[in-house]
Ligand binder design. Structure first.
Ligand code: 5RP
Length: 219
């Protein structure tokens, strides 16, 4: 099974978590979530509205006729479904490859359950092979980059990319992430950092992993 098929397969598996009536569903961002959104019409009856983590997901949801509401009008969400760039054995994640990490982290925090959907290529014993995205206020770019170098990383400015919040992304290569919670907190303390892509303080509750042999593993 190729990677696109695995994404569709794990998206299909996630539909079983949309199992209440009148749900307000938190929706992530990325190609795996795009596969999920395309399948949501199958469970349309159960979804009252969605809270979306990006303009891209919002546009896709609206196209399919779903109502998209503000998180501020939604209260605590029962379920958030989103992908990840890396996932470790403790459901701690690196996210932000698509640049939507800040809204994703906000919605994850506002949700009782975060179901992460990935294919097996995203599973790692230790986070950090994927460069860690750090959303940064533009005027702080150089100073934040120097602090990230001091932490042992090599930040690369994602040129030409502006987040939905009007900020920029530094992708930090070669970090040794032995303690994801401590590093998430440390990077968050740098003035000018809006969010970093470590989801360790609040990881996923459950990760559904599509395997190349066609099965779905649950972690
Ligand atoms: C976007 C994200 C995505 O969840 C992550 O990049 C995975 O994307 P894909 O499903 O396309 O591999 O964090 O900010």
């Amino acid at each position: 099974m190729n990677q696109d098929l695995m994404k569709q397969h794990v998206a299909q598996a996630a539909l079983s978590y949309i199992n209440d009536d009148n749900m307000i569903l938190g929706v992530g961002t990325g190609s795996t979530v795009n596969a999920l959104i395309a399948l949501l019409p199958q469970v349309r009856d159960r979804i009252k509205a969605c809270v979306s983590s990006s303009e891209a997901s919002t546009a896709q949801l609206l196209d399919l006729g779903f109502e998209v509401i503000e998180l501020n009008d939604a209260g605590t969400l029962s379920l958030y479904i989103d992908g990840a760039d890396e996932c470790d054995p403790h459901n701690r994640l690196i996210k932000g490859g698509g640049g939507a990490l800040t809204r994703e982290k906000i919605i994850a925090e506002a949700s009782r359950q975060y179901v992460c959907i990935v294919d097996e290529s995203k599973m790692v014993p230790m986070l950090g092979a994927f460069p860690l995205p750090v959303e940064t206020i533009p005027m702080a770019r150089s100073m934040v980059a120097r602090k990230l170098v001091a932490l042992g990383g090599q930040p690369i400015y994602r040129e030409g990319f502006v987040t939905d919040n009007g900020n920029l992304i530094l992708d930090v290569h070669n970090l040794k992430i032995t303690d994801p919670v401590a590093l998430e907190q440390k990077i968050n303390q740098i003035p000018g950092v809006v969010t970093n892509g470590l989801f360790a303080l609040r990881g996923a509750n459950t990760t559904l992993i599509a395997q190349a042999d066609g099965t779905i593993k649950k972690q």
